[in-house]
Design a protein around this ligand. Sequence first.
Ligand SMILES: [Zn+2]
Ligand SMILES: [Zn+2]
Length: 185
Amino acid sequence: MQLHNEITAATYFVIALIVTLVAGDFASTFFYHVPQHLWFTLHLRTHHDRRRSYFDHAVLSTSPAILLDGLLGAVPYLAVAALLWRFSWPGALAGLALGQLHVWWRHTSQLGWRTPDRLRRLLRPLSIVLPEDHDGHHRNPDIEFGDIFRFYDAPARALMARLAPTSRRARNACRRATRRVPARA
Ligand SMILES: [Zn+2]
Ligand SMILES: [Zn+2]
């Protein structure tokens, strides 16, 4: 009975940990990250601020706008962890901790980190975002979506393509085009 309970608790722990990361990344990607890229400026002004190193604004900075972007991006993970709390709070907490470690790790390319081949071979089939992948998102903000899992990249890009006509970029382009018309007339 005792052993059975321990096995059950361990299973719940693993399930809660995985669900916190997978569902948290899903919610953060589709309800925060993609909408920010389409319609808002906070994330672009902070996380994609090219005037400073992204290690600084992802890990070190204490500027309020940068912290707000980080917090809003973390809310979906926290919500999923809260839902899983009674199922296995240690698993939900471990998921959040691993998620935070992954934030730090995925920004280490600028510090010169290169993922060793063995680790890369291990993580590729799990579709886990490597620092090199996330570096791609900082170089080109239109690619490499998904904080932790790369399988969210394709659906995120497809969604962004569908919603592109409604984006801030499209609105601004339209505004610039209409502004140019009277000049030409
Ligand atoms: Zn980043
Ligand atoms: Zn982004």
